[in-house]
Write a protein that binds this ligand. Structure first.
Ligand SMILES: [Zn+2]
Length: 475
C-alpha cells in the first residue's frame, strides 16, 4: 500500500509542492551534499544539515525506511592550498575540520548518515563515469584535464532556471585552462607537481572535480541501476552550478532519468543581515558558537523559520529561542511529575501529534509544528487537560520528531528562568493534581485543591475539554 496522505515537499526542479511518492514501496532514498572540510564549518553549513535531519526524523515517524547518504568532499583545491600554506598534508587539514564538524553535529542532535562516502574512496567509480561520458561525447580531454561539454546536454540550466546564452556571457576561460567552451567544467584535473593524485588509465594522474564526485557516489550507493532515486538535497547555494552539473553528468548515463524525483534545498543563513565570511570579519566557527549557546536553542531557532526562507541569525534571536526552550522544559517537568514514566496505550489523545504531522506533511512547516508544541506546553492545566493519559507521551514524541528530545538537562530547573513564571506553574501543577485526584475518584483531595486555588484567587471551570482556570483577582 502506498501512503494515502504522502508528505508534500517543494521540488526546486518543478517549482511546485509535490507529494513524495517513493520509487520503492515505503522506502525513501535521500542524498544530501555534505561538507567540504577545507575550512572550519560555520552555522550556515549547519542549517541545511539540521533541516535534513528533521526531514529524516519525520519520514521515519511516517514509517518510511530512509536511506540517508551524505558525502564528504575530502580533497579539493582549497584543502590543497591550505595544506601548502601550513606545510602539512591536505589529509590532516580535512580530517581535522571534519572531526570538529562531526562533534558539532552530535551536539546539535543531528544523527549520523547511514552512509558517509569519502570522495577519495570512490575514485574508480568516478573514473568509470568520466570514461562513459567521454565515450558518449559529453566530455573531452585536453592538456590540463577532462572537461564536461555543457552544450551537449540540452536540459542544462533547467534546475536553476538559467539560460545557456546568459551563462555564456558571464563565463570566461582562466589562464592555464584549456577547455573549449567557457561553460565547460572539470571532471578530472591533471595533477600539478606536488599535488595529491590518483592514477587514471589512459589519462594523466590527477583528482576528480567536485561535481562528478556526487554523481558517482549517489549512483554507487543509491541507484546502481541508473533508474533514479527519491530525494536529492543540499543548501540553496548548491543549486547552481553544483546540482545543475550533477544532473548534466548523471542523466546522460541513466537508463531511466531523472536522477532524483525531488530536489530539495534549504535557505541561506545570514548573520546580522550579512553573509558570514572571513573577509567581512563576522566568521565564527560552529564549534565556538556551540560553546556559547545551547544547541537545542539553535535547533529551535531554525525550526521557527521556514526551511526555504533566508534566515537572519542574531544574538537576540538565539536568546529568545533559549527562553522558549526553557518554557518547553518546564512543561516537560510538570508532566513528568504528574505521570513519571508510565506507558500508555492511548495514542495522541491530545491531538498534538496529528497537528505536528499535518504541519510537517505540508512542505515541512516546522514553524507551525513548533507553534503547536509551544501552545501545548503553555496551556498545560489551562486548556490542555494534562490528565489525558497520552499527554506526556504525545509531548515527548512531538519534541523527538522535531529533534529537540528531552535530555538530562530537561530534568533540572534553572533558577533564572524558573522565577518569573513560577506562580503560574504552581497553579498549573495544582490544577493537574486536582484532575488526577478526580480521575482517581479521590474527591476529598480534589475539593481541597479547589479550595486552595480559590484562596489564591483562581477560579476553576470544568469544561468538556478539561478544566480551565482564570484569575479572579480576589484575596
Ligand atoms: Zn553534491
Amino acid at each position: 500500500m502506498g501512503d494515502l496522505n504522502p508528505p508534500r515537499l517543494y521540488n526546486t526542479r518543478t517549482h511546485a509542492v509535490e507529494p513524495l511518492e517513493p520509487m520503492r514501496e515505503r522506502e525513501v532514498r535521500l542524498y544530501v551534499c555534505g561538507l567540504t572540510p577545507s575550512g572550519e564549518a560555520h552555522l550556515g553549513h549547519a542549517r541545511s544539515f539540521l533541516f535534513f535531519d528533521v526531514l529524516r526524523r519525520y519520514l521515519e515517524y511516517r514509517e518510511y525506511d530512509v536511506t540517508f547518504v551524505q558525502n564528504v568532499t575530502d580533497v579539493d583545491d582549497r584543502s590543497i592550498a591550505a595544506a601548502r600554506e601550513r606545510g602539512t598534508s591536505y589529509r590532516s587539514i580535512v580530517d581535522g575540520h571534519y572531526a570538529s564538524f562531526k562533534h558539532s553535529m552530535r551536539l546539535l542532535g543531528v544523527r549520523e548518515p547511514d552512509e558517509e562516502p569519502y570522495a577519495t574512496h570512490y575514485v574508480p567509480k568516478i573514473q568509470e563515469m568520466i570514461r562513459a561520458l567521454v565515450q558518449r561525447g559529453n566530455a573531452y580531454a585536453v592538456e590540463d584535464g577532462v572537461y564536461y561539454a555543457v552544450r551537449t546536454f540540452p536540459a542544462y540550466g533547467a534546475l536553476s532556471g538559467r539560460r545557456l546564452d546568459d551563462l555564456e556571457a558571464g563565463a570566461r576561460i582562466e589562464i592555464g585552462e584549456y577547455k573549449r567552451d567557457p561553460l565547460d567544467f572539470a571532471l578530472w584535473k591533471f595533477a600539478k607537481p606536488g599535488e595529491p593524485s590518483w592514477p587514471f588509465e589512459g589519462y594523466a594522474a590527477g583528482r576528480p572535480g567536485w561535481h562528478i564526485e556526487c554523481s558517482a557516489m549517489s549512483r554507487a550507493l543509491l541507484d546502481p541501476q541508473g533508474s533514479g532515486f527519491d530525494v536529492h538535497g543540499g543548501g540553496a547555494d548548491l543549486i547552481f552550478p553544483h546540482h545543475e552539473n550533477e544532473i548534466a553528468q548523471s542523466e546522460p548515463l541513466m537508463a531511466h532519468p531523472p536522477m532524483a524525483k525531488l530536489w530539495l534545498h534549504g535557505g541561506l543563513l545570514l548573520f546580522d543581515s550579512k553573509k558570514m565570511s572571513k573577509s567581512l570579519g563576522n566568521f565564527e566557527p560552529l564549534s565556538a558558537l556551540l560553546e556559547r549557546h545551547d544547541p537545542q536553542a539553535i535547533r529551535l531557532l531554525f525550526l521557527q523559520t521556514g526551511y526555504r526562507k533566508v534566515m537572519n541569525f542574531t544574538e537576540d534571536s538565539i536568546a529568545a529561542a533559549g527562553v522558549v526552550l526553557e518554557r518547553l522544559k518546564k512543561a516537560y517537568r510538570l508532566l513528568l511529575n504528574l505521570y513519571g514514566n508510565v506507558n500508555v496505550s492511548v495514542q495522541d489523545e491530545t491531538g498534538l501529534i496529528s497537528r505536528v504531522d499535518n504541519a510537517l506533511g505540508d512542505d515541512m512547516h516546522t514553524a507551525v509544528a513548533l507553534r503547536w508544541v509551544i501552545q501545548f506546553a503553555d496551556s498545560l492545566g489551562i486548556s490542555v487537560n494534562p490528565m489525558q493519559p497520552s499527554a506526556l507521551d504525545d509531548y515527548t514524541r512531538a519534541l523527538t520528531i522535531l529533534g529537540i528530545a528531552p535530555n538530562e538537562s530537561w530534568h533540572e530547573e534553572r533558577a533564572s528562568f524558573e522565577h518569573a513564571a513560577s506562580a503560574d506553574d504552581d497553579i498549573a501543577a495544582m490544577v493537574a493534581r486536582r484532575q488526577r485526584a478526580r480521575a482517581e475518584k479521590d474527591w476529598a483531595t480534589a475539593d481541597e485543591l479547589r479550595r486552595e486555588l480559590a484562596q489564591r484567587g483562581i477560579e476553576l471551570i470544568d469544561t468538556a475539554e478539561g478544566p480551565k482556570w482564570r484569575k479572579t483577582g480576589g484575596h
